[in-house]
Design a protein around this ligand. Structure first.
Ligand SMILES: [Fe+2]
Length: 386
């Protein structure tokens, strides 16, 4: 059986990659981009630096700098209005996953009409305006995926959008943009990347191409995430984390995520827990439950991340994997759902709906051990008790 691999047409990776924006637009032959970003990017000067390049290159452009965390159909509609009124031909996404996903949704809706919810999975989005992604966190990997997550303002559902229309044509992966990231954001986005790599590696859709990038990414993250958190200006750790985040994106875009991401989206939708943090809350317990479905692969993951020794038998490596992931959460001060501020009654009342939404996303069906809806409820209960 062959594997189908999708990638951005242009990937520029390394220090200064974002300084190649004007040249990239030239290469793509787009002439009127809308820069989609958030207020912080403007404040910290990243927007001005990009716009200076565009001015020097005589590119006409527009700016939408009001992206919000966890983009909604309403926030996308506001950006879309700016795109349409400026007659733009492409979108530059600058920021973390929320800005990139907003830009992706704008690119898709630029060619479409009607309520956005009709484009969620299982619908496939085949086309859209060209997207140039410039990530400023080492996390979502959204710059290399054909996926976006948009919350439905009316139903609160975190909708999954999928299809080649969401794949950026170019990604400028510049680790220097992550040097200022605070501890919590570094930890949460880093664990998001780790989940992408681990889930892609154990996914039922894994293939030799995604295995190689997933293993490389998970090792790099496991060995560098603590340093990147504790030493924000450590260029070696930042460069490693940024590359691994894009690799994690490439891995899961072509092998899918599994149960952790399936269960994570409802936690984000109901309680507004940041995406990486809700993944982190789930990572050790969902892995502990899933290992029986792919013992060899999980054991190999433990060895590659140096949580287990090369000489450890699978059974020991699996124990060490779960212990290692729990330790990682402890080291990075990942709170439990309760410690984060979710009320116990709210959590338990919502579990049936959360479990239904998790299952409906399709991600759990790619898990090596596939849960039914009752088992997902039980897993949410277990995660609460940790
Ligand atoms: Fe993710």
């Amino acid at each position: 059986m062959s594997a189908n691999i999708n990638l951005p047409r242009i990937l520029r990776v390394g220090a200064g990659a974002s300084a190649e924006l004007a040249a990239t637009l030239d290469e793509l032959m787009v002439s009127s981009p809308l820069l989609v970003t958030d207020p912080f990017m403007k404040e910290c000067g990243y927007v001005a630096r990009l716009l200076q390049q565009l001015d020097e290159g005589n590119v006409s452009y527009g700016v939408f700098a009001e992206c919000v965390p966890d983009p909604t159909t309403d926030s996308v509609a506001a950006a879309l209005e700016v795109f349409r009124s400026g007659a733009h031909d492409s979108v530059i996404a600058l920021g973390g996953g929320s800005s990139i996903d907003t830009a992706k949704a704008v690119a898709v809706m630029a060619e479409r009409e009607g309520p956005m919810r009709q484009y969620k999975v299982p619908h496939t989005i085949t086309s859209g305006a060209p997207i140039i992604a410039i990530p400023t966190t080492a996390g979502t990997g959204s710059e290399a995926t054909r996926v976006a997550v948009i919350s439905d303002t009316e139903t609160q559902e975190k909708m999954l959008w999928m299809g080649l229309g969401l794949m950026p044509v170019a990604a400028l992966v510049d680790f220097e943009l992550t040097l200022s990231m605070p501890y919590r954001l570094t930890a949460d986005t880093g664990i998001d990347s780790l989940c992408h790599a681990l889930e892609a590696y154990v996914s039922r859709k894994a293939n030799p191409f995604t295995d190689s990038v997933a293993l490389s990414a998970m090792r790099t993250i496991a060995l560098n995430i603590r340093t990147a958190c504790e030493e924000p200006d450590n260029r070696t750790a930042r460069e490693a984390m940024m590359l691994a985040a894009t690799q994690g994106g490439i891995a899961f875009a072509n092998a899918s995520v599994t149960l952790i991401h399936g269960m994570s989206r409802p936690i984000g939708a109901f309680y507004h827990v940041p995406h990486g943090l809700s993944n982190a809350m789930l990572l050790p317990e969902i892995t502990a439950w899933s290992v029986e479905g792919a013992r060899g692969r999980y054991a190999q993951a433990a060895r590659v991340m140096e949580m287990a020794a090369d000489t450890d038998a699978d059974s020991l490596a699996l124990e060490k994997l779960v212990a290692g992931l729990r330790q990682l959460n402890a080291d990075l001060s990942v709170p439990s759902p309760g410690a984060w501020g979710i009320k116990e009654q709210d959590w338990f009342d919502a579990l049936p709906v959360m479990a239904e939404q998790a299952l409906a996303s399709g991600s759990p069906a790619n898990n090596p051990r596939i849960p039914d809806v009752n088992q997902i409820v039980e897993l949410y209960e277990r995660v609460w008790r940790v």
